[in-house]
Design a protein around this ligand. Sequence first.
Ligand code: HEM
Length: 505
Amino acid sequence: WVVQHAWRQYIIQKKLREQGVRGPDRSFWSGCVREITQMKMAGRQMVMEIHSHDFLERVVPHYVKWASQYGRTFVYWVGQRPRLCISDPELVKQVLSNKFGFYPKVPAGPAFMSLLGKGLVLTEGAEWARHKRVVGPAFTTDKLKSMTTTMADCAKSMLDNWQGKTEVEASKHFQELTADVISHTAFGSSYATGKEVFLAQKQLQMIVMASILRVDFPFKKYFHFLSLLTLALSAVSGRYLPTETNLRRWKLEKKMRNTLMSIIEKRLVSKETTGYGNDLLGLMMDACMSGKQGETIMTMDEIVDECKTFFFAGHETTSHLLTWSMFLLSIYPEWQEKLREEVIGECGMETPEPDKLGKLKLVTMVLFESLRLYCPVVILLRTAYKEMKLGSLTVPKGVDLTIPIAVIHHSKEFWGADVNEFNPLRFENGISKAATHPNAMLAFSIGPRACVGQNFALLEAKIVLCMILQRFSFSLSPDYKHMPIDLIALQPQRGLPVILKPFHP
Ligand code: HEM
């Protein structure tokens, strides 16, 4: 096994080197993981100036260092796996737009699998297409419009809670709000039971995050000598041994599954009288049962996994979009004013209606600029299913491809000299004209695997921002520390404390 791996690594490295692709030194077992961890740990000590949006040295220091040493396309190793970093949007487009599945996602580890299940995010090929047929219809424009009132109601209860307060930790409130929205829109009247699933998933996520941050080898200090043994042990204990963490994980997984199954079974019983319901779950169940000749398109277990996927993919990312937008509007009060004027001009002090939301051009531009500067998803990973031609490169089979979204979003080459400045007007003529390459904006990814929930997220963020602007003016608290960190998604390491003042027109 060792010889086979060593040979494979040698061949891949040789093929890439012959094409001029270079990269840092690596150890056979851990690749470049130690160096990456050290650089990231050092990055985490940095506190940035509030108006500086160039967080790459802090969040992805290894890309900055290696791109400056080896050029924009370089190779590094994570354990046994080679990762080819590509940050040219033309190459990125070729990878993400491939319709034949030649660049599938890198297989998820057991921790992510337990968080998301085999839902839309983690499936491939025919299985993915089957899921997409069921999930896609739940996100059409009409279906989204019908969710506007629910979203506004959830935002209203958060803002009622802000009433009378002079300071709030906004990121915490946004996490609760987006969880509320997804629980309501996914489960409608079964919202309270649905929220239990969400709470279990949150705890599961803590376990996953802890395992990402902790390099947990039993004999860490003898790592060099016992690396094979320790890797094998940690792989086995990570998955199968009844360690304290695994026991907690299994218990939470069971709780999530049982709760979701009970909601689904109730819907099956009430189908004859009330139908499956008009929420995301109901729409999925409807699409699922309406196959040709009554055939079932997805099993109950698959619907359970899809619900987990919505929760996970749908609430964290959107809450960070809201957090970073609020941060930016706090430090650029002139933009806060412009947006308030636009919102009040279109919607007055009323709850925003779907047709009015479409007219809020400045709000949309600010959300895009926020997604560009502080993209919640920092990198995408794919793998070459077979030897592939990519631009002038031949990518050997089995090489993983890293697409560093944050690096592309902060590249002068595509966004111009003001790349690290907050300039929403760059989106005046739409996303495809904002940069020198039409696909330089990758916050929701592109191609067949692009985010299915992007319109949901933008709608929710618009409604919430509008309602905040109608009721409050806000600025950063002196306690805020500008420390963006990538913990599954990009977020402020110490939250976002903001000072609130009631707004009266
Ligand atoms: C600001 C908010 C959001 C951002 C920045 C975001 C970003 C992304 C990105 C970059 C991907 C591609 C991941 C990859 O290829 O590895 C993705 C996929 C996905 N997102 Fe989102 N997302 C957001 C909100 C949502 C919401 C609200 C939902 C659902 C309610 C959602 C559901 C999904 C799903 C199911 C996929 C997988 C699609 C597929 O593979 O076909 N996302 N998202």
